[in-house]
Ligand binder design. Structure first.
Ligand code: FAD
Ligand code: FES
Ligand code: FES
Length: 1334
């Protein structure tokens, strides 16, 4: 067969690809072939939205041009014939004109690191192309498939709300209760800036200006189509035009894979190493795209995208009587919480059915409703109802190999028929279900006697199942309490899950099956009550009513308050003003350059790491013979190739490549170097390593048992513990665990190494927070002096501590490859590799004992902390030290001892993560504090306040608290949140609702500012002034979205008294500022800011005589004169924090330069039946001193808070008992999404609190707010307490353990009731669970 051309359009330009490879995605094509790097790779599996583009095509079946968002990472270029693609570059540019969608996200501060921004822009753009004035709800829904790790989402929504017909800013005209203008003054009458941005500055959206659909494609709309064939290196793609062609092909090649949306197959090819040599695409076939309204229901051709199914059913629900659309509403409920729009627009209904995933959301609904499936093969056609026989086994259907699914008919419901669908996942948006189900009952006419009952589940076996045994028994029974009890007892028996079932959470999943049926039972009861007021089967208890309500989200309401700059501050002085991130516009237009966006060198090679699949083992052999056969293979690198030292790491306890032994799964053994990343992936997979296994230590408990620790015990002790406990009225002791956290920066680790060919010189472009260690580790490995290695960082797509040290494991290997081959080498980790190899936040286990008086006053505290450090020391000691420094959180405890041990385990080394041990230490403190309050029977906020430090108090590490603003934050937060009034509202709500409970909690934080390794508290800056007066500013800090460069430009602008527009920061590099400390510990603004000021002062000092001579001259004139008088216009600045000298030995000296403070109050609502929760409202008051930039600081507060929300309520890493990480991508590891943030989010920066210790009276802000999200955790615990008191034999004073994160599983299991009791199964002694708590 001769290969055809793929013809498509990108941003209006025609692209003709003669050699289309079916394995190539649009993302790779855009970035590598077309050089359009605005579209980003964040995950490669449709889960983050960073690669969002818009597709436009003439839809022959709907007879119109359609525009929809899609994931470029999943779209094969072969599927794009006659499609017009719009990327972020195609809609606007900083060089010409930004599109309003780009402008608004930039100006509303919705772009921090900017790596997610092009995807956000394109999701919004696609929505506006279809609906120029959307509703707020439509805007929120448009982002269901987009993730951001930096902003906390609020600014993105707020900026884009200005496009909404019902939520845009009304300019203070009172049209909108959420209008930012309403916040002009607060109750203390201090004037605040009205808004962080001014919507009046925004360009209007003019839909008539959008690029038109390519006329050439429009002309082809009626042209006959012919079968196409594309031939790649390993795969052939046939685009079939008619059903006949398709059936003939299937008859001839039964093994051929059908691909429609590629959302399933694409992921299998990329991440599961699956190869499908023949792909047939049926997307053009009319019969497979047909939507027919029939007698008994609506029939959808199997290739219909889910978005079309959703739209058609939604229209039917509006048009038809409610009794006919019960099933439709069930399907719509499932599709509402399905993937994002990008996936739903391309994924087909048939693809979902045939994938036969055990957790498919549609299949249980289709099975319960008895949907009809039409199957076809050459010469035959048959229709079957989907029932329990449809999925005979794991990922199998009853289709024969040559058969295809032609259509699916979703039935109308009938009189007396009721239907519900439920799904529970870790996160509402875009998450696969833990358990999902469809339930249907048909009553005999005019009765409540069951005629038919179907209860079908996903997530309870290796396929979709129908609980036949249970449902059969209910026929002819009345719909009453007895039936409910029988069904629950029977389901508990019928639905078995082995203890090691994939996905774990066995008891939770079993409980959910009962909870869902209970919800269905109540919902039907409610509907029956409505349909017929006669009491046929018992009435719904009003306190049960809320259990039947489907999850609804209220429109968001936000308030951000900050202090305006003092009157009289010059308009040019930008310090204290909400200046947008300086790169925001470029980030929004896709023009900001990240490491992997650097154009490829002509002779560039790709590297892929080869990592261990065993946690602890001797390497017996490494066989690269198969890898060498992969096209483009260049070499394999191992420890033997290293010219300098293989020893690396902060403490010299690591190797660049494992030599004889591996100590974790993901341990780097070697690397393959090839011509392309795809070949590198294949070659790396082909390297065969054999092992001799050794016993592995995975968990903290294992390490304690085996005495496996790094270093000695760390300890801080003060007062007399024995005496303290003796005096106490009460002593409580216990254990608590807080899980780890993955950084999930949107940009994974990336390095390009370019050998310079002279005297060992090498230039590295790295996504790192640590230029210095990157340089020194490479130099050591190559055996060259550090002065030969140049490390350059333009910006990172997020760091959060994950690129403080672990980036070096990639950069050092890439440098070796560049050295060895003499060619530029690039490596950007895939998301699954990144998560596997580079570690995250340390899990902590604490054993505590607290002594306190009846009044709630704490008198003694002892906490033993254990962290899971993993297979190397890395930063674990400093992290534990910070945990010990923060074990008091904000409370004065006279007698105290904290110890810390670093568990040495066979997991990938854990490392720095925003907060750096502080959140773990403080979380444990708030846990025992809440137990003190419960035990004393006192309000928690009262006990917290009673124990809180005061100005001048001394901490347990003997540091005096000066400028202690926490009390002000606390009082203000109590007032802003109307805490007391809401407390009684919560109690009322809880009385009136049996299965939904609310909780409220206020939590303070105090965060010590300084590196605890004291010499790191230093920074350098370099200022060049050029003869035109423009300034090139360089400092040692790296930009990762936190706005450091923006703040430094603001600082330099004030110091030099020139506008910010004259100052530019290009990059961070080792040849401008040497020996720079990592950008970490929240201190980069403080340290680099002071260094910048010093450098500026040197320049100003030199300019003094010139200015004196010409006092009314301009900056440009003075600079010119200085040059002409041979005055140097280049200066360095250096700063180090004074007086830091704490000693653990003596527990004396100063540990921190100062402290940052904040308080948050959060209210949540939990669904006791499912474990779901809603974040109703959060109020934060944060002391950031005199803010340098309130927009950036509020961005840090909100972004940090939402990251903390992930830590404490959502993000869960699952490890197998063998130490293998199950959670390696966004499909399995859930970070907060748009819908996760508090519905009402109020953030206020404390006024009038200048901090004399830092630059221009500001304070550090990066890490301190993260812990405030613990207010959500403890509000959840408060709600669970109310639930337990209602259902169990518990009372409100009972203590119970809730480890972090408070996931739906933990919440549900803690809400003990009759269903959890039924679902309990004894765990056999020898059972090996699916995952372990590490
Ligand atoms: C980010 C993301 C989120 C997701 N979220 C969810 C979710 O919440 N719930 C859920 O249930 N699923 C979810 N999925 C799974 C996926 O979207 C669905 O299974 C989807 O409907 C598959 O359709 P597709 O057209 O993309 O399938 P493809 O990948 O193109 O094909 C899938 C399979 O179906 C076969 N097939 C397709 N059409 C036919 C036909 N007509 N006859 C015979 N065989 C056929 C193919 O051969 C292949 O084996 C998600 C996927 C992603 C990537
Ligand atoms: S990169 Fe495509 S969705 Fe994440
Ligand atoms: S700004 Fe969204 S991921 Fe960084």
């Amino acid at each position: 067969m001769t290969a055809d051309e793929v013809v498509f359009f990108v941003n209006g330009k025609k692209v003709v690809e003669k050699n289309a490879d079916p394995e190539m995605t649009l993302l790779v094509y855009l970035r590598r072939k077309l050089g359009l790097c605005g579209t980003k790779l964040g995950c490669g599996e449709g889960g983050c939205g960073a690669c969002t583009v818009m597709f436009s095509k003439y839809d022959r079946f709907q007879n119109k041009i359609v525009h929809f968002p899609a994931n470029a990472c999943l779209a094969p270029i072969c599927s794009l014939h006659h499609v017009a693609v719009t990327t972020v570059e195609g809609i606007g540019s900083v060089k010409t004109r930004l599109h309003p969608v780009q402008e608004r996200i930039a100006k509303s501060h919705g772009s921090q690191c900017g790596f997610c921004t092009p995807g956000m822009v394109m999701s919004m753009y696609a929505l506006l192309r279809n609906k120029p004035e959307p509703t707020i709800e439509e805007i929120e829904n448009a982002f269901q498939g987009n993730l951001c790790r930096c902003t906390g989402y609020r600014p993105i929504l707020q900026g884009y709300r200005t496009f909404a017909m019902d939520g845009g800013c009304c300019g203070g005209k009172g049209g909108n209760p959420n209008c930012c203008m309403n916040q002009k003054t607060d109750h203390t009458q201090v004037t605040h800036s009205p808004s962080l941005f001014n919507p009046e500055e925004f360009m209007p959206l003019d839909p008539t200006q959008e690029p038109i659909f390519p006329p050439e494609l429009l002309r082809l709309k009626d042209a006959p189509r012919k079968q196409l064939c594309f031939q790649g290196e390993r795969v052939t793609w046939i685009q079939a035009c008619t059903l006949r062609e398709l059936l003939d092909l299937k008859a001839k090649h039964p093994d051929a894979k059908l691909v429609v949306g590629n959302t399933e197959i694409g992921v299998e090819m990329k991440f599961k190493n699956r190869l499908f040599p023949l792909i047939v695409c049926p997307a053009w076939i009319p019969e497979l795209n047909l939507v027919e309204h029939r007698q008994e229901g609506i029939s959808f051709g199997a290739a219909c995208p889910l978005s079309l199914v959703e739209k058609t059913l939604a229209e039917a629900v509006v048009e038809l009587p409610a009794l006919k659309t019960e099933v439709f509403r069930g399907v719509l409920e499932q599709l509402r919480w399905f993937s994002g729009k990008q996936v739903k627009s391309v994924a087909s209904i048939g693809g979902n059915v045939i994938t036969a995933s055990p957790i498919s959301d549609l299949n249980p609904v289709l099975m319960a409703s008895g949907a009809k499936m039409t199957l076809a093969s050459q010469g035959t056609r048959r229709t079957v109802r989907m029932d329990h026989t449809f999925f005979p086994d794991y990922r199998r259907t009853l289709l024969s190999p040559e058969e295809i699914l032609l259509a699916i008919e979703i039935p109308f419901s009938r009189e007396g028929e009721f239907f519900s669908a439920f799904k529970q996942a870790s996160r509402r948006e875009d998450d696969i279900a833990k358990v999902t189900c469809g339930m249907r009952v048909l009553f005999k006419p005019g009765t409540t006697e069951v005629k038919e009952l179907a209860v079908c589940y996903g997530g309870m076996a290796n396929r979709t199942i129908s609980a036949l045994k249970t449902t059969q028994k209910q026929l002819s029974k009345e719909w009453n309490e007895q039936l409910l009890q029988d069904v629950c007892a029977s389901l508990a028996e019928e639905l078995h899950l082995p203890h090691n079932a994939p996905g774990g959470m066995v008891e939770y999943r079993r409980t959910l099956t009962l909870s869902f049926f209970f919800k269905f039972y109540l919902t039907v009861l409610k509907k029956l009550g409505k349909a017929d007021s006669k009491d046929k089967c018992g009435q719904l208890d009003p306190t049960y009513d809320s259990a039947t309500l489907l999850f609804q989200k209220d429109p968001p309401a936000n308030v951000q308050l900050f202090q305006e700059v003092p009157e009289g501050q010059s308009a040019e002085d930008m310090v204290g003003r909400p200046l947008p991130h300086l790169a925001a516009s470029m980030q929004a237009s896709g023009e900001a350059v990240y490491c992997d966006d650097i154009p490829r060198y002509e002779n560039e090679l790709s590297l892929r790491l080869v990592t261990s699949t065993r946690a602890h083992a001797k390497i017996k052999s490494i066989d690269t013979s198969e890898a060498q056969k992969v096209p483009g293979f260049v070499c394999f690198l191992s420890a033997d190739d290293i010219p300098g030292s293989n020893i690396t790491g902060l403490f010299g306890d690591e190797t660049v490549f494992a030599k004889d032994k591996v100590t974790c799964i993901g341990h780097i053994i070697g690397a393959v170097v090839t011509d392309t990343p795809e070949h590198a992936q294949r070659a790396a997979q082909a390297v065969k390593v054999t092992y001799e296994e050794l016993p592995a230590i995975i968990t903290i408990e294992d390490a304690i048992k085996n005495n496996s620790f790094y270093g000695a015990e760390l300890k801080i002790e003060k007062g007399n513990l024995k005496k303290g406990f003796a005096e106490a009225d009460n002593v409580v002791s216990g254990e608590l665990y807080i899980g780890g956290q993955e950084h999930f920066y949107l940009e994974t680790h990336c390095t390009i190494a370019v050998p310079k060919g002279e005297e060992g010189e090498m230039e590295l472009f790295v996504s790192t927070q640590n230029t210095m260690k990157t340089q020194s580790f490479v130099a050591k490995m190559l055996g060259v002096p550090e002065n030969r290695i140049l490390v350059r960082v333009k910006r990172m797509g997020g760091g959060f501590g994950g690129k403080e040290t672990r980036s070096t494991v990639v950069s050092t290997a890439v440098a070796l490859a560049a050295h060895k081959t003499g060619r530029p080498v690039r490596c950007m980790l895939d998301r699954d590799e990144d998560m596997l190899i580079t570690g995250g936040r340390h899990p902590f286990l604490a054993r505590y004992k607290v002594g306190f008086m009846k009044t709630g006053k704490v008198v003694a505290l002892e906490v033993d902390h254990y962290s899971n450090a993993g297979n190397t020391m890395d930063l674990s000691q400093s992290i534990m030290e910070r945990a010990l420094f923060h074990m008091d959180n904000c409370y004065k405890i006279p007698n105290i001892r904290g110890t810390g041990r670093l568990c040495k385990t066979n997991l990938a080394s854990n490392t720095a993560f925003r907060g750096f041990g502080g959140p773990q230490g403080m979380f444990i403190a708030e846990h025992w504090m809440s137990e003190v309050a419960v035990t004393c029977g006192l309000p928690a906020e009262e006990v917290r306040r009673k124990n809180m430090y005061k100005e001048g108090d001394v901490t347990h590490f003997n540091q005096k608290l000066e400028g202690f603003t926490l009390s002000r934050c606390w009082e203000e937060c109590l007032a802003n949140s109307q805490y007391q009034a809401r407390r009684s509202e919560v109690e009322n709500f809880n009385k009136q609702n049996c299965w939904k409970k609310r909780g409220l909690c206020i939590i303070p934080t105090k965060f010590g500012i300084s590196f605890t390794l004291f010499f790191l508290n230093q920074a350098g800056a370099l200022v060049h002034v050029y003869t035109d007066g423009s300034v090139l500013l360089t400092h040692g800090g790296t930009e990762m979205g936190q706005g450091l460069h923006t703040k430094m430009v603001q600082v330099a602008s004030r110091a030099l008294d020139i506008p910010t527009s004259k100052i530019h920061i290009s990059e961070t590099s080792t040849n401008t500022v040497p020996n720079a400390s990592p950008t970490a510990a929240s201190v980069s603004t403080d340290l680099n800011g002071q260094a910048v000021v010093k450098a500026c002062e040197t320049i100003l000092e030199r300019l003094k005589p010139i200015k004196k001579k010409n006092p009314h001259g301009s900056w440009e004139e003075w600079v010119k004169a200085a040059y002409e008088n041979s005055v140097s216009l280049s200066a360095t600045g250096f700063y180090s924090t004074p007086d830091l000298n704490y000693s653990f030995e003596t527990n004396s000296g100063k540990a921190f330069h100062y402290f940052s403070y904040g308080v948050a109050c959060s209210e949540v609502e939990i669904d006791c039946l499912t474990g779901d929760h809603k974040n109703l409202r959060t109020d934060i008051v944060m002391d950031v001193g005199s803010s340098l930039n309130p927009a950036i600081d509020i961005g840090q507060v909100e972004g940090g808070f939402v990251q903390g929300l992930g830590l404490f309520t959502m993000e869960e890493l699952h490890y197998s008992p063998e130490g293998s990480l199950h959670t390696r991508g966004p499909s399995t590891y859930k970070i907060p999404a748009f819908g996760s943030i508090p519905i009402e989010f109020h953030v206020s920066l404390l006024r009038n609190c200048p901090n004399q210790k830092a630059i221009y009276s500001s304070k550090a802000v990066g890490e301190p707010p993260l812990f405030l999200a613990a207010s959500i955790f403890f509000a959840i615990k408060d709600a669970i307490r109310a639930a337990r008191a209602q259902h169990g034999t518990y009372n409100m004073n009972e203590l119970f353990r809730l480890d972090s994160p408070a996931t739906p599983e933990k919440i549900r299991n803690a809400c003990v009731d009759k269903f959890t009791t039924l679902a309990v199964t004894g765990v056999p002694e020898d059972c090996k669970p699916w995952c372990l708590r590490v």
